[in-house]
Design a protein around this ligand. Sequence first.
Ligand code: GUN
Length: 282
Amino acid sequence: MLISGKEISAAVRAELLERTNKLKEKGRTPGLAVILVGEDPASKVYVNNKEKACFELGFYSEKYLLSENTSEEELLALIDRLNEEDKIHGILVQLPLPSHLNEKKVTERISPVKDVDCFHPVNIGKVLTGEGVFAPCTPAGVMEMLKFSGIDVAGKNAVVIGRSNIVGKPMAMLLLKENATVTICHSKTKDLKEHTSKADILIAAVGRANFVKADMVKEGAVVIDVGINRNEDGKLCGDVDFSEVSGKASYISPVPGGVGPMTITELMKNTLLSAEENLKNF
Ligand code: GUN
């Protein structure tokens, strides 16, 4: 069975639109500010997609396209201003930043109550304890896909390949919260296949085209592909060799049209949550 992120994303957005309209009736419109520094073409596409999603849900949005040589002081001053701005409930600084800007310092300057990316250490800490308001967008999108497909993760062996702060680590925490038995594999893992072949649920977040082959996957496993890569022909593909693995998996998500569409939906959900809660601090 194919897990279509496109379809699930549309269903979730319909629900978000209803909640947004209810909130607007009470006089509050969710507001998202997106900041892009520099000219990275992929980042421009992402930022435009975020603006479009705001428009479609009726959110208020502000977009800041700053020049490549913006100073750290200027960027931090903009974040400070947006932290204080009542119309804005979410602030997102598109990564990667140009090398003269300190990503850690910049993301930590965003108030945790407006950190809809869920990158701030305070929010990541709350993901660990399971008490956060915000969920990290990509892993939350994966959980939504599992839930929507009727896959109960409790008691299952879930294996995550990849240990990034944005995907692998928080992914493991969200699976653990739902009572999966979780293994995180990474580049130093010895005998990767031994781990992955025991997975009832396999999440690939490696960043290498067609890395997961059929012989690494258990018959009937649920396989979610977080990768966005280009193959030798320049075609978009995931971390999972779809043509091989789809014959063995019970459920599998494609690339494109899988996790990708979910990430922005979860960003919108975090922004709406922030507006609904209207927190001033934690
Ligand atoms: N760059 C690539 N993905 C993301 C994301 O989810 N958030 C931000 N801020 N930057 C990104």
